[in-house]
Unconditional design. Structure first.
Lengths: 388, 388
């Protein structure tokens, strides 16, 4: 197990009607003039938008709006949000939505204190030093942005989708009411589950010896996804299913699974290129790539971990040959994603051979990716190709 | 799953040589005049005492000492610590040791701001409102006090051992270096493991439906204890074993397993009476009582949870009759504790029939205990009796 510094400061208010803490929490963090960041119309359809407006109004909090955040949030939205905050002396950013709205809100909160273009913060030309206080109300179980310090922003012009991690980006509080996810469509429920499972899998397969506890916790999260995603698809208003998926989304990426392990991921950087070039749904890209990546990295050095994965997560019998268990576990993974209605090849999402080379190059422009089995440009290309 | 508010603010510095952050952390929380709270001579034997003194001295931090904290820390020590803090205008409390030193330091930190006798805070006559900032350096994996908001203090005169939970009691930071536990004797390593497992089991068996994720995480912690306690006994300087036990001790009780579930425990209140009357080692008392409690509460309403426990924690075959799996799981639990060298009956720790009735009455003086299966005075007496 490697050394680590644990810090998980986001306050979570989990459960039905926890929105009642909203105005008090905004006040605690010094907010009075609030930028509301949200995506499409779903928060209006479920009445959450009206509820938030009513709460802010009743409590004399001023409201400014930035709606229409895209599923892969754009740097243009960030620039627009910063301008609204500056023009109106805002002092708090409230994201209401899924990871896209929260990620966008994070960079708005940080960009507010940075004089030049906020894209510089994403590409490492400048560092986030300070942010406006930020809270979130979650409506989609997927990215875990509600409790982590990452923001992923796309620059479609530059074909870039970049993830940035910085301790100052972590939300002050997040309200997690599973009933807000009742109306999430099947496609997004499935893709969100694939995202949660991918975060968990990226942490699970590791070169670090003896981070046993973290691996057992990861198995618990994977089993929870496998148990409840089908129930949420079948019965969208099943509270327990939605609650278990929601809390899994936060715990998969708030550090619990990665403390003591490496943090260099494999499938996420590969998927980011797919989204950057084709603007596909992140979770769908992960569902496609993950089993192919598993097949590619399975070898004598990694087979024991795949065996654990097969036995502890998928309930496979322990007495078989490790490679057979590993292969069965990978098949189970792919079949599970397919059973949720997720695509299993790149062609399923209309990606052909045309950009595989350039995407593989882009994914590895800073060097190999992933620590579990470091992937070169050629490796990434091979994985893309196998996933066609 | 029940509603919950997540708050786990303690900063953890985990791993070898993390003590290097000590002076900086004390300064961050405004400390310059420090009360060092510790137990017996073990921190001197391993050189940690000298190391702390050197760090404080090098960094111009003033030091005052309160050593000799008992395994079941006494209210007298708390009074003494408060007096030292007041007489010398101290502004920081640093516990170096196991749960006893940390628990004692917590009540000193809180009692500093309470004018009357600190025992009033334990018995609910007054409420902890504010504390001196508190940090800890952990040397025993057991109570989880390094990351929770509980303090357990004994008043031997009154035959009382009371646990107090209050958000202000949580340490600001804790340094968890597994190498500090290399010299922990077998008996304490075993008893500490029983304590960690008991915290986990108290959270695991639940009346709350659908807190599935939490139960799977609990199984991960139990499997970790089962995996590594024997290794730590056999090979005391095995870093991975000590690291996994140490991090398990924190995660078992920092809220991760209890968020969304009930928090009324069963075995701990029963054990507290044993310690209050006989001053036995807490973890030994828990190791004795837990299997008897399991046998007592096993019934048609609870058997499915015991079945899960048997299959997921002890690897029992799922196709048997649930009662057979449950009974086997309880036997496995008892056998595991015995294999660690822990006692399995009250007579093993020189407790006879003499006080069973009065202890059962004391354990239930505020009403039934535990929510899983609420235990009356008679139930507690029956469990004590079966454990003779």
């Amino acid at each position: 197990m490697r050394n680590f510094n644990y810090s998980t400061p986001t306050q979570i208010f989990f459960g039905k009607d926890q929105i009642n803490v909203l105005s008090e929490q905004i006040r605690i963090f010094g907010g009075s003039r609030v930028l509301l960041v949200y995506g499409g119309g779903s928060i209006k359809r479920i009445g959450l938008y009206d509820k938030v407006l009513e709460i802010l109004k009743t409590n004399d909090l001023s409201l400014f709006e930035l709606g229409g955040i895209d599923p892969n949030p754009r740097i243009e939205s960030v620039r627009q949000g910063i301008k609204i905050c500056r023009d109106n002396n805002l002092d708090f950013v409230l994201a209401v939505g899924g990871g896209s709205s929260i990620d966008c809100a994070k960079l708005i909160a940080a960009g507010f204190y940075y004089e030049s273009d906020p894209w510089n913060l994403m590409i490492g030309k400048a560092k986030c030093e300070k942010t406006l206080p930020l809270g979130s109300i979650l409506t989609l179980s997927a990215t875990g942005s509600e409790m982590d310090n990452f923001s992923v922003i796309s620059n479609l012009e530059a074909h870039q989708k970049i993830g940035l991690g910085n301790a100052v980006l972590v939300p002050k509080f997040s309200i997690l009411d599973p009933t807000y996810t009742y109306s999430v469509p099947k496609k997004q429920t499935a893709a969100g589950t694939a995202d949660i499972m991918s975060h968990t899998i990226e942490n699970y397969f590791t070169v670090v010896k003896g981070a046993y506890l973290q691996s057992r916790l990861a198995e618990g999260i994977l089993k929870t996804c496998i148990q409840y995603a089908p129930i949420a698809l079948e019965d969208p208003e099943n509270y327990e299913a939605r609650a278990n998926l929601m809390w899994s989304s936060s715990l998969a990426i708030n550090g619990l699974l990665s403390y003591g392990k490496e943090r260099n991921w494999s499938c996420h950087p590969m998927e980011h290129e797919l989204s950057a070039y084709y603007d596909i749904t992140h979770g769908e890209g992960l569902a496609i790539l993950t089993p192919y990546w598993m097949e590619y990295v399975l070898n004598d050095a990694t087979v024991e971990q795949f065996k654990d994965y097969g036995i502890n997560v998928w309930g496979l019998k322990p007495n078989e040959d490790p490679y057979i268990i590993a292969q069965q576990a990978i098949t189970k993974t792919r079949e599970f994603f397919v059973s949720l209605g997720l695509p299993s090849t790149l062609r399923d999402v209309n990606i052909g051979e045309e950009n595989l080379k350039v995407m593989a190059k882009a994914a590895t422009k800073k060097g190999t990716i992933g620590e579990f089995r470091p992937l070169t440009t050629e490796d990434v290309y091979n994985i893309y190709k196998s996933a066609l």
